[in-house]
Ligand binder design. Structure first.
Ligand code: DX5
Ligand code: ZN
Length: 213
């Protein structure tokens, strides 16, 4: 069973509560928060307060995708905000093993993300400490970009080494989801495709349907 984790990044920033309620009613499995610090990636988005304020909007689990330097500075705030999973970037720390351990010791799922320029091998040494690997299928920083096909080969390489959930993030729509699924991904972030949908429930179902048989 695949998991659909909509990103609210491409929604109207003044309408997040309605977007989250709609995604929950539409059958999403997770809500994905794209946290950007203006350093690891150029834009600044939002911090843990947004997740805290939206926590009452739905029972769906929240995941924070930290596109931030020194990601560990933000762990406590996102845990307190009610995030079940925290995903940080391999490129943003030299201590990914320790950071993943520290999340799990607090009962939080640990996800490690890699950029398009980072080889699959970067995650191999710490697979035992992770609950999820996130393979960026665009360069982080912006929604609405086209999927970079070479990233799917890394999904294959990681799938050959582990049964962990593998999430893909960037450029996922009904035309690309099957390629990522066939490469071994089972968890899918979708931002602009769902933000543009007139019927979000149908759009989520369309993503699921493309991964059938
Ligand atoms: C990019 C973010 C993604 C992205 C998803 O930095 O991590 O979550 O915005 O948006 P789409 O689906 O539009 O590529
Ligand atoms: Zn993301």
């Amino acid at each position: 069973m695949i998991q659909v984790a909509p990103s609210i990044l491409s929604n109207d920033f003044s309408q997040f509560r309605g977007a989250v309620v709609g995604l929950a009613q539409g059958g999403a499995d997770w809500i994905h928060f794209d946290v950007m610090d203006g350093q690891f990636v150029p834009p600044i988005t939002f911090g843990a307060q947004l997740a805290a304020d939206l926590r009452s909007a739905t029972d769906l689990p929240f995941e924070a995708h930290l596109m931030t330097q020194t990601p560990e500075r933000h762990f406590d705030a996102f845990i307190a905000a009610g995030c079940r999973r925290i995903i940080f970037h391999a490129e943003a720390t030299v201590h990914a093993h320790r950071l993943a351990q520290s999340l799990r010791q607090q009962g939080i799922e640990a996800g490690l993300a890699i950029n398009p320029a980072t080889p699959a091998e970067a995650v191999f040494p710490i697979l035992d400490e992770l609950d999820l690997v996130l393979v960026m299928t665009v360069n982080p920083g912006w929604g609405g970009q086209a999927l970079i096909h070479s990233c799917l080969e890394k999904v294959r390489q990681i799938r050959a080494r582990t049964d962990l959930p593998i999430e893909v993030d960037g450029g996922i729509d009904p035309n690309t989801i099957r390629l990522a699924f066939d490469a071994g991904a089972d968890t899918f972030v979708a931002g602009s495709f769902l933000a543009k949908a007139t019927d979000v429930g149908r759009a989520i179902q369309e993503l699921r349907d493309r991964c059938q048989s």
